[in-house]
Design a protein around this ligand. Structure first.
Ligand code: PLP
Length: 382
């Protein structure tokens, strides 16, 4: 089996499985319980908080544990727009988690500005400045840091700095960058960052919202006494312990392997583009996370390629896993100006430190064969 769909979700490494197991079996108590077992569970929760904070370069008290990326983003966007922000400024290349939340807030009366991107998928600073001007101060800015479909990185130092200089509150969707070379959050021009454990080797169902101390915002989650009164509900202790361990493991493996991963991704890109001239590399001109490659082939359906590769036990994606049941053209690629007949033929490969050069050799051979066969079956393409 060859799995190149790590932006959709990741397997749980053995170190993380080992770390998690006692919290199902032995220390299974509710961290809010007053007995000894509850105290042990509470200590494990706070230990996980300290380790996550250390891995992100922030304070433990700034970490709110959630159920994942969608909940963190929802809490951040709803919190920002109910704490005095006059409008929400977001982009046209967000993950559905943020895009649908912005749609809902707009229906509820919040003015929403959706920033266009250039051909490489990046927000230009003058575009942000104009939107902030139109939004009026104080605004809330939401930015996807690393795009899940293309891997394109926004210049968050520049854009976040511009926004904060104009009094905006800034949230970053850091889901695809966590564990993949994410810099220290304390030094960022941002107030909140969302993370999701299952994107970097934790079990599904645990996430983080980092919230800078003193930020003029309170996230909006279900009320309750847990998480310092910010997010109610019994904590997913095994998931949270797994998230803390997974972040440490991912950071280490990523830094040991990033040049190798990038070389494998670049080789995959070069060999497919050489064999199939006319293929578009979406976001290829922008800074990208090293593990992600998004290609568009003319005149075929990406979903068809995914199914054919899957028959060969190669697992990739035709875009965002969260969009694959919606079937519409990717709004991210459309915002980048990719022609519609290419958007339908797009394919995302997302690698990991476990990916080998032998796997890449086989993926190149099989992909080139499948795309050639499907293109030959479509006589209307040029
Ligand atoms: N944001 C980005 C960029 C993502 O890639 C994803 C998941 O695909 C999410 C948010 C949502 O995260 P979760 O699946 O943990 O809700």
């Amino acid at each position: 089996m060859i799995y190149l769909d790590h932006n959709a979700t990741t397997p749980v490494p053995p170190e993380v499985l080992d770390a998690v197991q006692p919290y199902f079996r032995d220390t299974f108590a509710n961290p809010s319980s007053q007995h000894r077992l509850g105290e042990r569970a509470r200590a494990a929760l706070e230990d996980a908080r300290e380790r996550v904070a250390a891995a992100l370069g922030v304070r433990p008290a700034e970490i709110v544990f959630t159920s994942g990326g969608t909940e963190s983003i929802h809490g951040a966007l709803c919190g920002m727009t109910s704490c005095g922000a006059r409008a929400l400024v977001t982009t046209r290349v967000e993950h559905t988690a943020a895009a649908l939340c912005a749609d809902r807030l707009e229906k509820e009366g919040v003015p929403v500005h959706r920033l266009p991107v250039d051909r490489s998928g990046r927000v230009q600073p003058n575009v942000l400045e104009e939107a902030l001007e139109a939004a009026g101060a104080p605004a809330a800015l939401n930015l996807i840091w690393a795009n899940n479909e293309t891997g394109v990185l926004q210049d968050v130092q520049l854009l976040g700095g511009l926004a904060r200089a104009r009094g905006a509150i800034v949230h970053l969707d850091g889901v695809q960058l966590a564990g993949k070379g994410m810099p220290c959050l304390q030094d960022l021009p941002a107030d909140m960052v969302s993370l999701s454990g299952h994107k970097f080797g934790a079990p599904k169902g645990a996430g983080v919202l980092w919230m800078r101390r003193g930020a003029p915002v309170r996230p909006r989650f279900a009320p309750g006494h847990q998480e310092g009164g910010l997010r109610g509900g019994t904590e997913n202790l095994p998931g949270i312990v797994g998230l803390a361990r997974a972040l440490e493991v991912a950071k280490e493996r990523w830094s040991e392997n990033v040049s190798r991963i990038e070389a494998l991704r670049d080789g995959l890109q070069r060999r497919i583009v050489e064999a199939l001239p006319g293929t578009l590399v979406n976001g290829g001109d922008a800074p990208r996370i090293a593990n992600t490659l998004n290609l568009s082939f003319h005149g075929i359906e990406g979903a068809g390629v995914v199914h054919s590769l899957s028959e060969e036990d190669i697992h990739v994606s035709s875009g965002s896993a969260c969009l694959s049941d919606v079937d519409g053209p990717s709004p991210v690629l459309a915002a980048m100006g990719v022609p519609l007949d290419f958007i339908h033929g797009s394919l995302r490969f997302s690698l990991s430190w476990t990916t080998t050069s032998e796997e890449i050799d086989r993926v190149v051979d099989v992909t080139v064969g499948v795309v050639r066969r499907l293109q030959a079956m479509n006589p209307s393409r040029d």
